[in-house]
Structure formats: structure tokens, C-alpha cells
Design a protein around this ligand. Sequence first.
Ligand SMILES: Cc1ncc(COP(=O)(O)O)c(C=O)c1O
Length: 372
Amino acid sequence: MQTDTIPLCDLKAQYASIKDEIAEAVGAVLESCAYIKGPQVAAFEAAFAARHGLDPFQAIGCSNGTSALTVALKALDLPAGGEVILPSHTFFATAESVLLAGLVPVFADICAHDYTIDPSSVERLVGPRTVAIVPVHIYGGMADMDALSEIARRNDLKLVEDCAQAHLATRNGRTAGTIGDAGTYSFYPGKNLGAYGDAGMVVARDPAVAERIRKLVDHGRQDKYLHDLIGDNLRIDTLQAAILDVKLRHLDEWTAARRAVAERYDAALKPAGFKVIEPPAGSAPVYHLYIVEVANRQKTLDHLKAQGISAGIHYPVPVHRQPALAGMGLKCDGDLPTTERIAGRIVSLPIYPEMTEAQIERVVEQVLHIAI
Ligand SMILES: Cc1ncc(COP(=O)(O)O)c(C=O)c1O
């Protein structure tokens, strides 16, 4: 029997569910012709800030998650060439942003239970040149911000949270992005809160830092033709802000649906002996991705593909082994054993809010066919 392919993430189903609201929001921007810095930008920034318990000026829309992290680091005025500790197990952009900000990435290992940066590895890497830590709330689960904040405080380091995969995740009652000096977000279409193109956001604790970020994304402007910083053009489009403002209103229901899918996977796969994400007590991950470890990944991917199930690998090549960084002599915490071990074992299963019970069943059934 030929069945439909189950995608990793179903953007079409989501669009269909909010089509009329989107048409109205987009139509309003098109009619107004305020394509750059239209009122929808400030409205979305204010709504996003409010969801984080912040003031409107503390949230700054920008062009994507990479520029968000780059400007956040630049705005903190760190000494050029300073070392920034981050996990190697992340999307390349995290390290790229560090380099684009004129800083030097240093790679920490991750915790085996939830794949977030391991505070004890960070501790081993702190040295005289360290200026900041960039934890990544990978797959939608927050890193141990209590431990990382303590390391940052003790060593006078800045802390910038890469929240590209963790919109409104919480741990011990605190929301991703609001603990460090800044939090940065991607609204890449497949993210939990996704634009219809590229977009991003920075939230910053200190008003002076927020003001610098606002300038850095808009040509260092103090006024229309008066520039007191060398910035760039990294603004968020009005159209994307209008779309995201609509979608933000649905984020809680979508997150609840993602959690329900993850719960179903957990209930089926854990008793069968599969290693999946194990969120620590007190954390409420938002399940951007659902990860299962397998012994024979290629066989698993081939099997799922043959059964019409899309699967992914996030990420097959750790950042410290990327060709672009070869020869730079970047430091790592030893051989990064957990990072290296899981890179060959992880598989991302389909997870999206619109997933049906039948689709979940089909994925579970096929994964259970796989030898661990
Ligand atoms: C962890 C992480 N950091 C940074 C980024 C970069 O975001 P963007 O693709 O919007 O530039 C992404 C998303 O792709 C990501 O997953």
C-alpha cells in the first residue's frame, strides 16, 4: 500500500491552518507600502518582548539568527580576538557568528542526556583570554543556565544564549533568552516560530546594549542621516514581522502539540531501549527536533526512507571538524568524546504541531523495527 510521505516538518499544513490571518496581515503591509520599518516591526518586537517578560525596547528584530548572534556579540564590546566558549554540537552559524564578531570560538563538549553544552567542559576551557560563553538551547531544550551563569559570574564573562531552536522554552521557571546578557533567535521557516523567509531577533538585558544592537542592525544610525557606529543593514522586513506577529499568537498551542508528539515518541521508544532526549527535571523543552540514537544510522535512514518517513541528522559533522575552520588551530576540550560519539548515532524524527495520530503511529512502528 502506497502511503503519503511524512515530512520532517509540514509547513504547508501550518500555512493552511492560518491562511486567512496571514493574508490579512500581509495585505495590510502591502497596502501601506511601509516595507521597511513599518509599524508591524515595533508591534512584533513589543509582543515578543512581552512574551519574555521584557520591555519593548529590549527586543530588536533583525535579518536572521546568524546576524542576531553576531550583533549581540558585537554590542557587548568584547576585546577583539577574545575567546568564546560554545558547543561544537550545533549548527555552523553559532561558530560563524563568533568569528564574524571578531572573536575566537573554543569548543566544549555536551551532556549525553540532553545534548546541551556541558558546564564541566566549559569550566575546563575558561582561561585568561575567555570573554564569553554561548550556550545553544539545542533541539528546544535549555542548557544548564544556573551552572553557566555561575561560571560566567565567577570569571567575569558575558553570556549570550543561542535560542534559535528554543522559542519560549523554560527551565526552572526561567525563559530561554532572558538569563544571559542577550538571547538570539532564528525565525528560519522550519523553526518553532518561523517566518516566510529569513528573520531573527535579539533580546538584551541592558538598555545600552539593546540600543547598540538597534543601531548595529540599521547602519549605526542615530538619526536618518547621522551615523555614530559602523553598523550594517540587518533589519527585519516589515512583511516578516507582520507574519511572525500572527504566528506568535499560535505559538503556545503549537508548542503544546509538539510536546504531545514527543510524549508519544518517548512512551513508545524509551521502553524499547532507545536513547532519546532526556530533559532534566524542571525543564520544559519546546521540541524543535526529536532525536533518537541508533547504532546503524545509514540502515535506519534507508529503512525510514523506504517507508515514506523523512528523517534528518542535526548535525552529522561537529563544528570543530568543519573544513572552513581547518588550520585555524581552534581549541577544544580534549577530543569532545560525547560530541564525537553521538554525531554518528543521532537521527531526527518528524515532529510538527500538525502531526496526526496516524502519522505518529507510523513513525513509531517503523522506528521499532530498527535494531538499537
Ligand atoms: C542553533 C542555531 N544557531 C543559529 C542558527 C542560524 O539562524 P539563521 O538560519 O536564521 O541564520 C540556527 C538556524 O539555522 C540554529 O539552529
